[in-house]
Design a protein around this ligand. Structure first.
Ligand SMILES: Cc1ncc(COP(=O)(O)O)c(C=O)c1O
Length: 371
């Protein structure tokens, strides 16, 4: 008997994670020096976190021999109050990234035979959490305008449905569903189905009509809203995310989350980042300016840019997305090419301008043929 035989079926079925290209891999392949490589592929916040967060994290480094608060209570209280809950912290669960929340939900709720409905293309962690726990992903296409198809998802509900995942705004398309339709959907779905609304990017939306589903969390719904410090707050490297939910759900998730989830450094950084509203306002405005600039430039190039409420754009360049991404690498630009269209992260303005220059060169060179 091999060790592999001892592994649970769901774990055997996990597809290997294939990370995007890194500066190192592009350097190796095309001989470009790392300083000249521009990576706008992973939807990281290129402005970085608040200087106050950096300062708070640096201070905490001197105390890393001491365990952090096992229950992350201070930040749970703060996030709860910021989102209209009471100050008990008992509507907030902390995890290692929003990814950690998705894993936790899978571990707690998904059993063999349970169905989980979502649309694709979307964030890969939903499928991962389902497969790992022997559940069955029920995968539907997005609508024609690349939004989560609420009607089709509702029609796909069976007596085996355990969970529905909605990525809003969606990765990789940047699109959102109508907030009123989503609210209606949430209240129509039977309460014994858990509705996960992944709002990793919602804080980057510039549209006042795009509403968080935190407002729909109540004793009457099993809505879990997942959020992260990786995007708006620029703390992807410290790995902190959270879920908001009703108290009954909280008690279950909190019991199952590991103690000491948030490191001292992560918690200190996140607390300071939440406090620095001025910095967040400034960097969000700069990101929105970059998003508009790139949308305009790409449109002038004849590309179609899907409306985005995120820090990335989903762009139909007319080229094969994988070939286009490969061509970009030759010029030191890393974007995502593993979807139907190109997924391009909005960077700082100097990075955006450099990227536009590279893409113009690619078009002018005529090396790549449109499909
Ligand atoms: C839609 C979506 N949800 C969740 C995450 C995970 O975020 P975290 O870095 O908090 O694990 C990502 C990361 O890119 C994402 O795109």
């Amino acid at each position: 008997m091999s060790l592999e035989d001892l592994v649970k079926d769901g774990i055997k079925n996990i597809p290997a994670y294939i990370p995007g290209d890194t500066a190192e891999s592009v350097e190796k392949k095309y001989g470009i020096v790392p300083e000249d490589i521009l990576k706008l592929a992973s939807n990281e916040n290129q402005f970085g976190p608040s200087p106050k967060a950096i300062e708070a994290m640096a201070k905490e480094v001197g105390r890393v021999h001491i365990y952090p608060d096992p229950f992350c209570i201070e930040i749970r209280k703060k996030i709860g109050v910021m989102n209209g809950f009471d100050d008990s912290g008992d509507n907030v669960v902390i995890a290692v990234g929003a990814s950690g929340i998705l894993s936790l939900l899978g571990e707690v709720f998904i059993k063999k035979g349970d169905e989980v409905i979502f649309c694709e293309p979307t964030f890969g962690a939903y499928a991962g959490a389902v497969i790992r726990n022997d559940g069955t992903p029920v995968v539907l296409p997005l609508t024609e305008d690349l939004k989560f198809d609420l009607k089709a998802m509702y029609n796909a509900i069976t007596d085996k449905t355990k969970m529905i995942c909605i990525c809003n705004p969606n990765n990789p398309t940047g699109t959102v569903v109508d907030s009123e339709e989503l609210k209606e959907f949430i209240h129509k779905v039977p309460k014994d189905i858990i509705i996960v609304v992944d709002e990793a990017y919602i804080e980057l939306s510039s549209n006042p009509d795009v509403k968080s589903m935190v407002s729909e969390i109540s004793d009457d719904t099993n809505v879990v809203v997942a959020r992260t410090f990786s995007k708006l707050y620029g703390l992807a490297g410290v790995r902190l995310g959270y879920a908001m939910c009703n108290k009954e759900m909280h008690a279950i998730l909190q019991k199952c989350t590991s103690v000491f989830t948030g490191s001292r450094v992560a918690l200190a950084g996140a607390m300071a980042a939440l406090d620095d509203e001025e910095y967040i306002k400034k960097t969000k405005a700069a990101m929105l300016e970059g998003r508009k600039y790139l949308t305009d430039e790409f449109t002038k190039m004849g590309f179609y840019v899907y409306p985005s409420e995120t820090n990335f754009l989903y762009v139909n360049t007319g080229y094969n997305a994988a070939e286009f991404a490969e061509e970009c690498k030759k010029y030191g630009l890393i974007i995502r090419g593993n979807f139907d269209y190109s997924r391009i992260t909005v960077g700082r303005m100097d990075q955006n301008e450099k990227m536009v220059g590279i893409i113009k060169k690619i078009i002018e060179s005529g090396e790549l043929k449109k499909i």
